[in-house]
Every structure is written in structure tokens, then in C-alpha cells.
Ligand binder design. Structure first.
Ligand code: C5P
Ligand code: MG
Length: 163
């Protein structure tokens, strides 16, 4: 059978919300009293989209390519990881067609930053912003995300084989 023209990849990530760290989501710094902890800038949304890109290209996962033991990625701008994953998919003969993602957190309300995040993610992927869909949800006060102790992200990426 011929290899498919379209491929989908799924990505998921979670990071703890802690004092003394910036809150960076989709490459945008959000004013808030807590931020995400992690080796890189802990941009949970960028990480989920990165894993979805890698998944669609069947290139493994983010930790394989950007280990959190590597000093190069300490406090790194996670959009750099995303761009790198997109380049790896492109090198495999795919273009990125679309991203659909969900950020799950109780606070703050993110609607005011939606367009800025879409633009940052789109720029990292060399896509127009209208090919990046971004949704925000609360966890209805249930579990660690609902109690405001963590932020979770999900993403689906569609790749199309280039002619
Ligand atoms: O999770 P829930 O269905 O209550 O979210 C309602 C709406 O609130 C979402 O559709 C989204 O537009 C917005 N929202 C937001 N920032 C969040 C969570 C939700 O802007 N952190
Ligand atoms: Mg992560």
C-alpha cells in the first residue's frame, strides 16, 4: 500500500504551577503570580504541539530529541524545540497543515492572549495563524489542574506529504 498523504499526531503534556517562575504559554509570557516549573521554559503548550508534530512524522518524542538532562535546553525557549521538530518533519517530506490544541487551566483566563499565542506557534511552524486553533478549558476544579496546581495541554497536528 502507498504511504498516506495525510498524517495525524497527538501530543500531551503537564507541568506544575509554582511560585517564582514565569508563565509562558505558546511562547507568550502571561502576567500571573505563578509559573510553570521544568528544565526548559516549561511551555506546556509548545511541548504538546512539538510531540504532536513528532508523532505525525513518527519521529519519537520530545524527550528523545531534547533531553531534560541536556544543558542546551535549560530555560530554553520551547518555540525553538517546536521549530526544530517542524524542520525534522519537513526533512521527512511533510508540510504542516494544521494544529488544534487545548490548554487546560483554572486561572488566569487566557482569552485575551489567544491571538498572540496562535501567532507565535504559527510563526514557529511557518504557518498562517488561521491554521492554528487554540482552545482553553478549566478542569471544573477537579484534580491537580482543577486545584490550580498544574497546567495541561493537548494537541493534534496534521501533516501533508509534499508533492
Ligand atoms: O472550562 P469551561 O468550559 O468552563 O471554560 C469556559 C470558557 O472559558 C472556555 O471555552 C474558554 O473560552 C474560557 N477559558 C479561558 N481561560 C481559561 C479557561 C477557560 O479563557 N483558563
Ligand atoms: Mg513539557
Amino acid at each position: 500500500m502507498q504511504a498516506a498523504e495525510y498524517r495525524s499526531g497527538i501530543g500531551w503534556d503537564v507541568h506544575p504551577l509554582v511560585p517564582g517562575r514565569p508563565l509562558i504559554l505558546g511562547g507568550v509570557r502571561i502576567p500571573f503570580e505563578l509559573g510553570l516549573s521544568g528544565h526548559s521554559d516549561a511551555d506546556v503548550l509548545a511541548h504538546a504541539v512539538t510531540d504532536a508534530v513528532l508523532g505525525a512524522a513518527a519521529l519519537g518524542d520530545i524527550g528523545q530529541h531534547f533531553p531534560d538532562t541536556d544543558p542546551r535546553w535549560k530555560d530554553a525557549d520551547s518555540l525553538r524545540l517546536l521549530r526544530r521538530a517542524a524542520e525534522m518533519a519537513t526533512a521527512r517530506g511533510f508540510g504542516i497543515a494544521h494544529v488544534d490544541a487545548i490548554l487546560i487551566l483554572e486561572r488566569p483566563k487566557l482569552a485575551p492572549w489567544r491571538e498572540a499565542m496562535r501567532e507565535k506557534l504559527a510563526a514557529a511552524l511557518d504557518l498562517p495563524p488561521d491554521c492554528v486553533s487554540l482552545k482553553f478549558k478549566t478542569a471544573e476544579r477537579m484534580g491537580p489542574v482543577g486545584e490550580g496546581r498544574a497546567v495541561e495541554a493537548l494537541a493534534v497536528v496534521t501533516l501533508v506529504r509534499r508533492p
